[in-house]
Design a protein around this ligand. Structure first.
Ligand SMILES: [Ca+2]
Ligand SMILES: [Ca+2]
Length: 120
């Protein structure tokens, strides 16, 4: 049985108001920990990722999708060089899609946003 080491750490660092939920966690290739979650401040769901050291020291925040659409259900997987891919569900109210986004090891949210599902 694993024993707890140290106290609890709030992983939605800096988010004081509103609701943060649906965390998804992975270990990056450089040993850091990526935590994706949904934020409901301001009336619509947004997706953020925060990067933490293996000792749970905050490193940086990647703003994945903060637009007006509803984005939920983040899932994250590690790529080479500390990069990662994140997927989430995005809804316009009339249509819902599965979105993918690549993020570099330096935190650059770039490259094309891809619709993962074959049929839209
Ligand atoms: Ca949004
Ligand atoms: Ca669709």
């Amino acid at each position: 049985m694993g024993e707890k080491a140290g106290g609890e750490v709030k992983l939605s660092q800096g988010f004081v108001n509103g609701d943060q939920f649906s965390p998804a966690v992975t270990t990056l290739s450089n040993g850091n920990i990526a935590v994706a979650f949904v934020d409901l401040r301001g009336g619509d769901n947004d997706i953020y990722v925060q990067i933490w050291s293996p000792t749970l020291t905050f490193i940086r925040q990647d703003n994945i999708n903060t637009g007006a659409l509803q984005t939920v259900d983040p899932s994250i997987t590690a790529l080479a060089g500390g990069a990662y891919a994140i997927s989430y569900t995005q809804g316009t109210g009339a249509d819902t899609d599965i979105i993918g986004q690549l993020v570099s090891g330096a935190g650059g949210v770039g490259g094309p946003v891809r619709h993962f599902q074959r049929y839209r």
